[in-house]
Write a new protein. Structure first.
Length: 127
Protein backbone atom coordinates (compact mmCIF):
# COMPACT_ATOMS: atom_id res chain seq x y z
CA UNK A 1 0.00 0.00 0.00
CA UNK A 2 1.13 3.45 -0.73
CA UNK A 3 1.06 6.18 1.78
CA UNK A 4 -2.48 7.57 2.32
CA UNK A 5 -4.33 4.55 0.88
CA UNK A 6 -4.99 3.13 4.34
CA UNK A 7 -6.93 6.26 5.30
CA UNK A 8 -8.88 6.12 2.05
CA UNK A 9 -10.01 2.54 2.73
CA UNK A 10 -11.15 3.54 6.22
CA UNK A 11 -13.14 6.48 4.84
CA UNK A 12 -14.79 4.29 2.19
CA UNK A 13 -15.67 1.69 4.81
CA UNK A 14 -17.20 4.40 7.00
CA UNK A 15 -19.39 5.50 4.07
CA UNK A 16 -20.52 1.99 3.11
CA UNK A 17 -21.07 0.55 6.61
CA UNK A 18 -24.40 2.34 7.33
CA UNK A 19 -25.81 1.14 4.01
CA UNK A 20 -24.77 -2.44 4.74
CA UNK A 21 -26.32 -2.30 8.21
CA UNK A 22 -29.54 -0.83 6.81
CA UNK A 23 -29.73 -3.61 4.20
CA UNK A 24 -29.15 -6.25 6.89
CA UNK A 25 -31.87 -4.75 9.10
CA UNK A 26 -34.21 -4.70 6.09
CA UNK A 27 -33.61 -8.40 5.54
CA UNK A 28 -34.55 -9.10 9.17
CA UNK A 29 -37.74 -6.99 8.95
CA UNK A 30 -38.87 -8.64 5.71
CA UNK A 31 -38.09 -12.07 7.19
CA UNK A 32 -40.16 -11.28 10.25
CA UNK A 33 -43.03 -10.07 8.06
CA UNK A 34 -42.90 -13.28 6.01
CA UNK A 35 -42.91 -15.38 9.17
CA UNK A 36 -45.96 -13.54 10.49
CA UNK A 37 -47.73 -13.93 7.12
CA UNK A 38 -47.13 -17.69 7.14
CA UNK A 39 -48.53 -17.83 10.68
CA UNK A 40 -51.66 -15.93 9.59
CA UNK A 41 -52.05 -18.26 6.61
CA UNK A 42 -51.76 -21.39 8.75
CA UNK A 43 -54.24 -19.98 11.28
CA UNK A 44 -56.82 -19.28 8.55
CA UNK A 45 -56.42 -22.79 7.13
CA UNK A 46 -56.79 -24.44 10.55
CA UNK A 47 -59.82 -22.26 11.33
CA UNK A 48 -61.50 -23.25 8.07
CA UNK A 49 -60.82 -26.92 8.78
CA UNK A 50 -62.31 -26.56 12.26
CA UNK A 51 -65.40 -24.74 10.94
CA UNK A 52 -65.93 -27.32 8.17
CA UNK A 53 -65.90 -30.13 10.72
CA UNK A 54 -68.74 -28.54 12.69
CA UNK A 55 -66.96 -26.35 15.21
CA UNK A 56 -68.76 -23.38 16.69
CA UNK A 57 -67.64 -19.88 15.76
CA UNK A 58 -66.10 -19.48 19.23
CA UNK A 59 -64.16 -22.75 18.81
CA UNK A 60 -62.94 -21.62 15.38
CA UNK A 61 -61.69 -18.31 16.79
CA UNK A 62 -59.97 -20.10 19.69
CA UNK A 63 -58.29 -22.48 17.23
CA UNK A 64 -57.08 -19.53 15.13
CA UNK A 65 -55.65 -17.91 18.27
CA UNK A 66 -53.95 -21.19 19.24
CA UNK A 67 -52.27 -21.58 15.84
CA UNK A 68 -51.25 -17.91 15.78
CA UNK A 69 -50.10 -17.89 19.41
CA UNK A 70 -46.86 -16.08 18.49
CA UNK A 71 -48.94 -13.05 17.44
CA UNK A 72 -50.88 -10.86 19.89
CA UNK A 73 -54.46 -12.20 19.90
CA UNK A 74 -55.97 -8.75 20.47
CA UNK A 75 -54.55 -7.59 17.11
CA UNK A 76 -55.87 -10.53 15.06
CA UNK A 77 -59.14 -10.11 13.18
CA UNK A 78 -61.06 -13.32 12.45
CA UNK A 79 -64.06 -13.38 10.11
CA UNK A 80 -66.16 -16.51 9.56
CA UNK A 81 -68.58 -16.61 6.64
CA UNK A 82 -71.24 -17.90 6.86
CA UNK A 83 -71.71 -17.86 10.63
CA UNK A 84 -72.41 -21.08 12.48
CA UNK A 85 -76.21 -20.73 12.40
CA UNK A 86 -76.22 -20.46 8.58
CA UNK A 87 -73.78 -23.28 7.74
CA UNK A 88 -75.22 -26.25 5.91
CA UNK A 89 -73.75 -29.55 4.84
CA UNK A 90 -72.04 -29.34 1.43
CA UNK A 91 -71.69 -25.55 1.40
CA UNK A 92 -68.41 -23.69 1.75
CA UNK A 93 -67.22 -21.89 4.86
CA UNK A 94 -64.52 -19.21 4.61
CA UNK A 95 -62.30 -18.07 7.46
CA UNK A 96 -60.37 -14.83 6.99
CA UNK A 97 -57.58 -13.79 9.35
CA UNK A 98 -55.79 -10.45 9.25
CA UNK A 99 -52.99 -8.94 11.31
CA UNK A 100 -51.48 -5.42 11.24
CA UNK A 101 -47.69 -5.80 10.97
CA UNK A 102 -45.76 -2.76 12.23
CA UNK A 103 -42.79 -1.78 10.08
CA UNK A 104 -40.33 -0.19 12.50
CA UNK A 105 -37.57 0.66 10.08
CA UNK A 106 -36.77 4.13 8.73
CA UNK A 107 -36.59 3.65 4.95
CA UNK A 108 -38.66 0.48 4.64
CA UNK A 109 -41.43 2.12 6.67
CA UNK A 110 -41.54 4.99 4.17
CA UNK A 111 -41.78 2.58 1.23
CA UNK A 112 -44.35 0.17 2.69
CA UNK A 113 -46.08 2.40 5.23
CA UNK A 114 -45.81 2.14 8.99
CA UNK A 115 -48.33 -0.71 9.11
CA UNK A 116 -48.84 -3.49 6.57
CA UNK A 117 -51.98 -5.60 6.90
CA UNK A 118 -51.17 -9.27 6.50
CA UNK A 119 -54.25 -11.29 5.60
CA UNK A 120 -55.23 -14.72 4.40
CA UNK A 121 -58.47 -16.58 3.67
CA UNK A 122 -59.16 -20.29 3.55
CA UNK A 123 -62.28 -22.03 2.29
CA UNK A 124 -63.44 -25.56 3.13
CA UNK A 125 -66.57 -27.52 2.34
CA UNK A 126 -68.77 -28.22 5.37
CA UNK A 127 -69.02 -31.91 5.90
Amino acid sequence: MRRGENGQATAEFALVLPLLLLALLGIFVVGSMLSDYLTVQAAAQQGANWAALGGTDQQVVQEVYAVASVLPANELTVTINPPQASRQYGENVTVTVSYPFSVNMPLLGVLLGNTVTLGSSATEQVG
